[in-house]
Every structure is written in C-alpha cells, then in structure tokens.
Design a binder for this molecule. Structure first.
Ligand code: PLP
Length: 383
C-alpha cells in the first residue's frame, strides 16, 4: 500500500486549513440558532454571520452590504448572470462572454439563449486571452452584461480585467467576473467590476459556501423564492458555519498572500524546468507571462493524460486531466480546444495545480513518478 500522498489538484479544490476547521467547530458548538430568529440564541447566529460579512468585505476593501452569501461559485455565477440580466431585459437582450468560461457560466448562457437572449461568445488567442478589440467590436446598443472570468481554471491565464471593466463602464454595461480561481491567488482590484463570484473551497475553506459581490446600486433579481434573507436577495436559512469558515479561510489566505504566492511560483517554475530537462516533447499551455502562479497545464506528446492520471494516482499523486468537471467526460477540454490544441494534444494534457501544503520534496517525487509513467506510456505506444 502506497502511503505517500501528493496533492497537485488545488484548482479542483483545496484541503481545508486546520485553523479553518477549528474555527468552524467552535461556531458549530457555540451557535446553532437561526439568524432570522429574534431570540438571543438566533441573534448569536446572526452576530456570527454579520461579523463574518464585515470581515470578508473589510479584507477585500468592499462594503458589507455588497456581499451576498451563496452555496458556492456555481450559484454565484448563476445569480449574477440570470439575476442581473432579468433586471435589464427591458434595456436590451444581448450578453457577452467568452468561449473558455467555466461550465457554470457557459451553461447558464446557453440556457439564456433558449430563453430568447442573444449571446456572443468571444474567442481567445493561443494564450487563452480575450481580445479587447474583439470585445469592443461586438458591443451593441442592446448589450447589457459582459461576463469574463478573472483567471482560467485549466490553464491559469489571467484576463485583461481592468481594460474590459473600463470599456464596460464607458458603455454603461454591467461587468460580471467569475473570480473563483483568482480569489486567494492574486490581489483583486474591484475597480470597474460590478459583480464578482468566489467560492471558499478554492482557498482552503469549506465546500458549499461562496459569495457574490454586488456593487452598491447594481440590481439583481433573486433566483429563488422564499424568505427575506440576504437583504431579500437570496432566500434560505444562512450557512452560518460555512460563512464563518470562509471568513477565516480568506483571512489566513490574504494575511500571507505574497510569501505564499512566491513559494508556489518558485516551486511551479522549478517543476516545469525539471520536467523540460527530464522529459522530451513537452509544452506548457496558457499565457506564460500572465497566469496563476500555482497552475501548470502541460501537454506531453504521445501520452494519454487519462492513463497518466491513473498511473500517478497509484503512486499517491493527484493531478487532473483538463478540468475536474471535464475529466469525468471523454470529450477533450473546451478550453484547450479554444486555444488551438488538436483533440489529440488536448487529451495528452495534464493540469498540475500547486497549493499551500506542497513541499519541494513532493515536487521531486512527482517529477520522478511522472518521468517513469510517461516512459511506460510511450513504450506502450498507445497513440
Ligand atoms: C472558474 C470557476 N468558476 C466556477 C466554479 C464553480 O465553483 P463551485 O465549485 O464553488 O460551484 C469553478 C470550480 O471549479 C471554477 O473553477
């Protein structure tokens, strides 16, 4: 039985930080009341909830009433896109997004099309960046919302968010940013962003809790009918423990942001250099000068990533082939295809995403096992 465990799939999810677990246990023990109840036990829950909201908004330089708690990135994206679009349909029914968005955004837009909305899907260049020129060309009088991800979950490419935001502002169009992969991995500048989604499990917090930043003055229609929680914008009893866990996770992450990013970047660069030295016919995808420090999308010619993934898993190493969601389907990643990879190359691509708990010896072990696995696969001559 192999005891070594090396987790290199932090873009799929992260291991919860012990300090976050401790803080959540404390909340579960000390507060079980429903924040909507008027009695003291309920109000204690409300206090935990509101203190966490203050903490999160304070850490991000936002106002507390601008934060709506959700069940995670998927719900935040749905809430932003559907909620904002419904409020604006009298003004126009054209929406803009990109071809490399996460499925929670892409499938929402596809659904909006069936409801009568017109959607433009902007292409990306070989690095995965949307073009400002193409965006400007596609804006119409009827355009009411632009939704572009802050960074891509598969290749790590960062988008020109500031420039897109400026154009959106000039044209009076709402700008939503799926920031799920960027929160805790880069410093976020909220200038010119109207709506921003994030999710705690991507920064060492619990799963099933996230938030949507809604800039003051921006209106969104609520998606679920029910109670008046979250200033009447998201019905349902609040996940107090999750919210407290998310606040703690964000605090820990932002406190140590730069040293942690520096460590991840150094280890990622070291890993890529070693892979180049030891394995032939390797390319790295994405914008090498402008990508998340923890992410490496690597195409290994003449190897099936799925087989590699299982071989590495046998050695206790967790990586991903494409994105976690795409890897359960056999179709090649839409992101890799969008940046111009052939379907064969896309299926020969691994995503390695580093995180807080990774050490240099883990990377050395990974490289050693990868080299063996690639050699074995190539000898089998599968492709
Ligand atoms: C870019 C991006 N957006 C949205 C999501 C969905 O977030 P959640 O898992 O919290 O629903 C993910 C998750 O992988 C993601 O990577």
């Amino acid at each position: 039985m192999n005891k070594k465990s090396v987790y290199l799939d932090n873009n799929a999810t992260t291991q919860m930080d012990e300090r976050v677990i401790e803080s959540m246990i404390k909340v579960m023990r000390e507060s079980y009341g429903n924040p909507s109840s008027v009695h003291q036990i309920g109000q204690k829950g409300k206090k935990f909830l509101e203190e966490s909201r203050e903490m999160i908004s304070g850490l991000l330089g936002l106002k507390s009433r601008e934060i709506i708690f959700t069940s995670g990135g998927t719900e935040s994206n749905n809430m932003a896109i559907r909620g904002a679009a419904r409020c604006l349909q009298k003004k126009g029914m054209h929406l803009i997004t990109s071809v490399i968005e996460h499925s929670s955004v892409l499938n929402t837009f596809r659904d909006m099309e069936t409801l009568g909305w017109e959607v433009t899907y902007l292409g990306v260049d070989e690095k995965g960046r949307v073009s400002i020129e193409e965006l400007s060309r596609n804006i119409k009088d009827e355009t009411v919302l632009i939704s572009i991800m802050h960074s891509n979950n598969e290749i790590g490419t960062l988008q020109p968010i500031m420039e897109i935001g400026k154009i959106a502002k000039e044209k009076g169009i709402l700008f939503h940013v799926d920031g799920v992969q960027s929160m805790g991995k880069v410093k976020i500048n909220f200038e010119n962003i109207d709506l921003f989604s994030f999710s705690a499990h991507k920064f060492y917090g619990p799963k099933g809790i996230g938030a949507l930043y809604v800039k003051s003055g921006v209106k969104i229609e609520k998606l679920m009918t029910g109670g008046h929680q979250e200033r009447n914008r998201r019905a349902g009893t609040e996940n107090v423990t999750g919210v407290c866990g998310m606040a703690k996770a964000l605090e820990i992450t932002l406190e140590n942001l730069y040293p942690e990013l520096e460590k991840e970047r150094n280890l990622r660069d070291y890993m890529e250099k070693k892979i180049f030295e030891r394995i032939e016919k390797v390319t790295i995808n994405g914008d090498l000068d402008n990508r998340l420090f923890n992410t490496s999308s690597i195409t290994l010619e003449k190897v099936e990533a799925e087989s590699l993934l299982f071989a590495l898993d046998m050695k206790g190493i967790a990586v991903s082939a494409g994105s976690a969601c795409a890897s359960s389907t056999l179709s090649p990643s839409h992101v890799l295809e969008s940046i111009g990879l052939s379907s064969i190359r896309a299926k020969s691509t691994l995503r390695i995403s580093l995180g807080r708990f990774i050490k240099k010896e883990d990377i050395d072990y990974f490289i050693e096992m990868l080299e063996i696995a690639v050699e074995n696969e190539r000898n089998l001559n599968i492709i």
